[in-house]
Design a protein around this ligand. Structure first.
Ligand SMILES: [Zn+2]
Length: 238
């Protein structure tokens, strides 16, 4: 799957599909608006309904080109199904993920090109980013909460665009993560998330269409993780 359906149609939450493969408690579908997770971001969750029943989809297990939708039962769905993405979960994850780009941008600017060494976006309204920041006062990192909050409150448009992967590799700061670079599409394009005037970077995750869609977010903790790493934890303010 080169370009995810959830990238092409970010507002598609309910759709029909047919079962391509099944085992007890897991199913591969002809199409899926679920995001499979990756790069530290949890997958979408939701529901699946078929003629024989209904089950919660608790996550996605990626096996090559196959996305196994994991169920909360040992049922073996077959035939045509209706797939439903949990919109609240999607919004929580997309909010935290979009905020992580904003935080990343301010860290990158404040600390002269500091790179991300890891990230985790959870379904419970919390997330963290690790930065390569040797010998930096943690209070300076904590102080970035104010400009991050300002961008969320201001309501800045967020667009996904596709650029030539060769060009992106030469553009400073565009492919910023040290550990997770999203794969280009088969025709050599890289998906760029552009938060207007704030940040541009390659990413395959789920994001808001506007930063104002997020609830307020606060930095809850800045920790030292090894000599080079600073771990910044963040969460919804309430
Ligand atoms: Zn992203």
């Amino acid at each position: 799957m080169a370009i995810y359906l959830c990238h092409e149609q970010p507002d598609l939450y309910v759709h029909e599909a047919s079962v391509l493969a099944a085992r007890p408690g897991a199913v591969v579908l002809s199409r899926s608006a679920f995001h499979p997770g990756g790069g530290g971001q949890v997958s979408d969750i939701g529901e699946i309904e078929w003629s024989g029943g209904c089950a919660a989809v608790t996550g996605i297990e990626v096996d090559g080109d196959q996305w196994w939708h994991l169920l909360d039962t040992d049922a073996v769905p077959s035939g045509d199904v209706e797939l439903r993405v949990d919109a609240d979960h999607r919004l929580r994850v997309a909010s935290l993920h979009t905020t992580s780009h904003v935080l990343n941008a301010f860290v990158f600017a404040e600390f002269a090109g500091a790179l991300v060494t890891g990230a985790q976006i959870n379904g419970d309204g919390t997330g963290r980013m690790d930065f390569d920041l040797p010998e930096v006062d943690n209070d300076r990192v904590r102080a970035l909460e104010a400009p991050v909050k300002e961008v969320i409150a201001r309501g800045v448009d967020v667009n996904a665009i596709y650029v030539d992967a060769g060009d992106a590799a030469t553009a400073e700061g565009l492919v910023r993560s040290m550990s997770v670079a999203p794969p280009p599409t088969p025709d050599g394009k890289l998906r760029i998330i552009d938060i207007e005037g704030v940040d541009r970077q390659a990413c395959g995750g789920t994001h808001l269409a506007n930063t104002g869609q997020s609830r307020p977010i606060v930095i809850t903790k800045v920790e030292n993780k090894g000599r080079h790493n600073r771990r910044v934890r963040f969460a919804f303010a309430n």
